[in-house]
Design a protein around this ligand. Structure first.
Ligand code: ADP
Ligand code: MG
Length: 394
């Protein structure tokens, strides 16, 4: 990796600003329903605290629109964070300004403060240099451990990373190593499985991975645009007619590059878009009028599994079917379970794909599960993420 990591600095006595992603899910009453994002950052935070840093933690939470909004204040997050960390966390009511400066000036080695929601400052999402300057003035070092926000050029992810000597935290480092390997120099044979709803949202990924993959698997709703582009009937399946030519071009490009292109050869179809609908499994060319393709069929699953047995590295983005409905979840779960047993290093990115792997109960056996939906998608498109690019070079 060509960026500094947290192991590259000495933190004793140093005011250290760290950007984490504590944007946790909550219920309607504002209770935290899942604190995985908080616990995930603890290895980095403990490392810094144990090294004697004076730690100033910042995160966004929700999407407050016009400045401070009590609904998105970090009080409950601070409480949970403190419980999980097993140390006091002083929660501040501002992001920058005199109160924050005074609190930071009073810190001792190993102390932890949590700034208020960075998005309460209107300059944050504009990468406003004036806000960056105030944030940077609080600290001597900066650590980014918020991969899921690193595709945004905001003050807390990008501005401050340039203003201070900076480094990737453990979580970010792991993401860069795993996703970076996939998009730069994957181990071969390399299989890219792309699914989910739309060709339009994944075409950038397909195009970039086409340069690197030995096999491309297309599943999910987007497969039907490809099947239609081959002249097959798709009934009422999801289709983006504007992308038929794009799909044709992608298949032609795969042929030219000698990339194996796996489309579903059989599909599970339904007569309505609901779990209780009538369903059957048919060949991909035999979808009757009015029926909807909902999942990949058993022959397709077997074909993909055989390919995964040969692969050395796999990346998967986007479910193979409408996995939220139990009757159409088999393709997605079969692939998730397969990835947990193969020798290939499997890297999984995308909000729904990660949810599927968790639901399949195999997350612990997967080589790398990305924490960032949009950020992982942009990396798989071959883009440089502003929050990573801004970190100090090694
Ligand atoms: P990710 O979040 O992993 O990147 P996407 O957001 O692109 O994935 O796609 C996930 C969505 O795709 C899911 O809600 C799933 O129901 C939908 N999907 C998968 N297969 C189909 C299909 N055959 N028809 C319609 N929607 C589908
Ligand atoms: Mg999604």
């Amino acid at each position: 990796m060509n960026k500094k990591t947290i192991r590259d600095y000495d933190y004793r006595g140093k005011r250290t600003l760290i950007r984490v992603d504590f944007n946790v899910p909550t219920d309607d009453a504002g209770n935290i329903t899942d604190d995985t994002r908080i616990t995930a950052a603890l290895p980095t935070i403990n490392h810094l605290v144990d090294s004697g840093a004076r730690l100033i933690v910042m995160t966004h939470f929700g999407r407050p629109k016009n400045g401070p909004d009590p609904k998105y204040a970090l009080d409950r997050i601070a409480t949970r964070f403190s419980e999980r960390l097993g140390r006091p966390v002083k929660k501040l009511d501002k992001v920058v300004g005199p109160e924050v400066e005074a609190a930071v000036a009073a810190m001792k080695d190993g102390d932890v403060v949590l700034l208020e929601n960075v998005r309460f400052e209107p300059g944050e999402t504009k990468d406003d240099p004036a806000l960056t300057e105030k944030m940077a003035a609080l600290a001597e070092l900066y650590v980014n451990d918020a991969f899921g926000s690193s595709h945004r050029a905001h003050c807390s992810t990008h501005g401050v990373a340039r203003a201070l000597p900076s480094a990737a935290g453990f979580l970010l480092e792991k993401e860069i190593e795993a996703l970076g390997a996939v998009v730069e120099a994957p181990e071969k044979p390399f299989t890219a499985m792309i699914g989910g709803a739309k060709v339009s949202s994944k075409i950038g990924v397909i195009k970039h991975l086409m340069n690197l993959a030995d096999t491309i698997v297309i599943g999910g709703g987007m497969a039907f645009t490809f099947l239609k582009a081959q002249g097959l009937p798709i009934g009422k399946s999801l289709c983006e007619d504007d992308f038929l030519q794009v799909a044709k071009d992608a298949m032609a490009e795969a042929k030219r590059r000698n990339v194996r292109f796996i489309l579903p050869s059989d599909v599970v179809i339904a007569d309505a878009f609901e779990n209780g609908a009538n369903r059957r499994t048919v060949d991909a060319g035999d979808i009757p009028d009015g029926w909807i393709g909902m999942d990949i069929g058993p022959r397709t699953i077997a074909e993909i599994e055989a390919d995964l047995d040969r692969a050395a590295m796999v990346v998967w983005n986007g479910p193979m079917g409408v996995f939220e409905m139990e009757n159409f979840s088999q393709g997605t779960f079969a692939i998730a379970k397969k990835l947990a047993t193969v020798k290939a290093k499997a890297v999984i990115g995308g909000g729904d794909s990660v949810a599927a792997v968790n639901q399949a109960g195999v997350a612990d056996s997967i080589y790398h599960i990305s924490t960032g939906g949009g950020a992982s998608l942009e990396m798989l498109e071959g883009q440089e993420l502003p929050g990573i690019a801004a970190l100090t070079d090694r």
